[in-house]
Write a protein that binds this ligand. Structure first.
Ligand code: ARG
Length: 587
């Protein structure tokens, strides 16, 4: 609900009491956006819901409310329509005043959160020595955008990379490292083992075909857990190598994140099991320690246990998550913890959340949210692969987007007979390519799977990054053409006359509503839709036929329209920045 709606709501509540007495204090006036702009901007539907209680016709009730309603500063005289809707139409003078007010506001009228909270966004979280795949890319893009929105709202956000840097697979990797780089374990220098994914594959192959190697690998696991120096050294080398590879992706995407991998919580794991035992939740089942879950059953329909310690003493993914959850609540003081992973992990989160709740570890003021997302599919609707059938390397995927953007740009420059520097071309291609990938992901409702198509995401038409970037650059073009400094347009100069001006103005004033909805529901696609719709409204306003003239217009319209241009551009820039997307002044 935005500031205007809040004001209207208060007035409606007061009118209700004035008309029917204090019994009606606190009754929700049911204020919603108008179903049809013909009838105004908002409507209050409360009269219909009170008909029974008051024993009156809804239209009569609406009439009694309207008689006491004072919204003259904000709205035209309210009208009663249909069975008893109260229709409210915003006054032009009110809209003008609102726009004049946000013109000087870097937040464009979006109020910061009233009660800033400590929030954790757990995202990206690839696994060491394994491939960072498109699922991690989605998590990185969505998680980063959520974090940016929460930060903008003034929350104290901790961006955590829950890297998979521990587990029995390290036995095999270290044993193999010892074989192929015997020196690496004793030298202090970092080593370059090349492509870690193929290293992992080779190690796995050794492991699967050689019983002796398997035994060595197992011993390495024991040595690692016991903290043997050379084994730890090897483990660190592997982590460092992966970290460098991940960092390349984070830099390309301009993503900030703090690594706090699974290994960080190792010392806390025994206490998790101990405390579960103390609270009477722990059950021994075939040597494993587990907690039985409610609402989850195995294939035979029997209750499902969540194993927190295996019969060999090892801990699980879920145990680490339980430990990290406690740490985040106790040490980090988080009030909302957001986990961004593929929907396939839904059960995992539901299960350990349940166990933590049962154990009484989640205070009432702490919210746990799993933010699931669907798959990234190839153009054939199947799992995304390269032409050669291999899984796609993220680096290649991003590079390809940039080089396609560059090819498109060069064609366009030729068509337009424009000369641009190499530097300009590279920069535009980089921004367009990376934005296209991010926007294609964010503009989908994240819960659904989406098809990864370079052609679609790089298209200048439709709900794409290039379309949005172009709308922004086009507005900057107006300022260049008219030699206008947007920062120096007069104050209190907004004047709304034309239909397309009013439509654009109303839309500009909805940014706060959209941002607060994303802050709650964590669906960045709503912000994308808003920006797309805004660009369309702008294009209608600036359209030669159905819209208005801007640079050619007379004063005072000219300045007012330039302010609308500037506000649109600033809204686009701000909105895109919250999606992790940079704008271009020219493209
Ligand atoms: N490393 C996991 C994976 O690659 C994701 C971790 C998500 N975060 C968490 N706290 N479990 O699937």
């Amino acid at each position: 609900m935005n500031a205007t709606q809040e004001k209207l709501k208060v007035q409606l509540e007061q009118a209700l009491v004035a008309a029917f007495g204090t019994d009606f204090a606190g009754v929700d006036p049911i204020l919603v956006s108008a179903s049809n702009p013909k009838f105004g901007d908002y409507q209050a539907n409360v009269a219909l819901s009170l008909s029974k209680k008051l024993g009156k016709q809804p239209r009569a009730i609406a009439g009694a409310i309207v008689e006491k309603l004072d919204v003259s500063e904000i709205c035209e005289p309210p009208e009663i329509a249909g069975p008893g809707f109260i229709n409210l139409k915003l006054k032009t003078a009110y809209l003008e005043a609102q726009l004049n007010a946000i013109q000087a506001d870097p937040r464009l009228g979006v109020p910061a959160a009233k009660t800033p909270k400590r929030e954790i966004v757990d995202f990206s979280s690839p696994n060491i020595a394994k491939e960072m795949h498109v699922g991690h890319l989605r998590s990185t893009i969505i998680g980063d955008s959520i974090a940016r929105i929460l930060e903008f709202q003034g929350h104290d956000v901790l961006r955590l990379n829950h890297v998979g840097d521990w587990g029995t697979q390290f036995g095999m990797l270290i044993a193999y490292l010892r074989e192929v780089y015997p020196d690496a374990l004793t030298t202090a220098n970092a080593l370059d083992i090349g492509d870690l994914v193929s290293f992992y594959r080779k190690a796995k192959q050794r492991f699967d075909t050689d019983a002796g190697f398997q035994e060595t690998a197992r011993q390495e696991v024991v040595r690692l857990q016991a903290g043997a120096e050379d084994t730890l050294h090897a483990w660190k080398l592997l982590c460092e190598q992966s970290r460098q590879e991940f960092q390349v992706i984070y830099e390309l995407l301009d993503v900030q994140i703090i690594e706090r991998g699974e290994s960080f919580y190792n010392p806390l794991l025994p206490k998790v099991v101990e405390d579960l035992d103390k609270s009477g939740l722990l059950v021994e089942n075939q040597g494993a320690k587990c907690v039985f879950l409610e609402g989850f059953t195995n294939r035979e329909g029997e209750p499902l246990p969540l194993i927190v310690q295996k019969s060999d003493g090892g801990y699980n993914y879920a145990t680490t998550d339980l430990a990290s959850l406690r740490y985040r609540i106790q040490q980090d003081q988080a009030k909302r913890i957001i986990y961004v992973t593929d929907a396939g992990q839904g059960n995992h989160f539901a299960q350990f959340f349940q166990v933590a709740r049962k154990a009484g570890w989640i205070p009432d003021d702490v919210e746990l949210v799993h933010v699931p997302f669907g798959l990234v599919l190839g153009e054939d609707g199947k799992k995304i692969k390269t032409r050669f059938g291999d899984s796609v390397r993220l680096r290649d995927l991003l590079d390809e987007a940039v080089s396609r953007a560059q090819a498109d740009l060069k064609t366009r420059l030729q068509e337009e007979e424009r000369q641009e520097t190499e530097e300009f071309i590279n920069e535009v291609a980089r921004v367009v390519g990376i934005s296209a990938v991010k926007y294609a992901d964010l503009s989908q409702n994240r819960t659904s799977s989406y098809i990864f198509s370079y052609d679609k995401m790089l298209d200048f038409k439709g709900n794409t990054a290039p379309y949005m970037l172009y709308a922004y650059a086009r507005i900057q073009g107006i300022s260049r053409k008219g030699d206008i400094n947007f920062k120096e347009l007069g104050n209190n100069a907004v004047l709304l006359e034309h239909e397309t001006e009013l439509a654009l103005a109303k839309y500009l004033l909805q940014l706060d509503e959209v941002i607060s909805s994303v802050e709650q529901d964590l669906l960045p696609n709503r912000l994308c839709e808003y920006l797309y719709e805004l660009s369309k409204k702008f294009n209608q306003f600036y359209d030669r036929n159905q819209g208005v003239q801007v640079l050619e217009a007379e004063e005072p319209q000219r300045t007012s329209r330039l302010i609308l241009c500037d506000l649109t551009a600033r809204t686009l820039k701000l909105g895109l920045s919250l999606l992790g997307i940079e704008v271009l002044e020219r493209m």
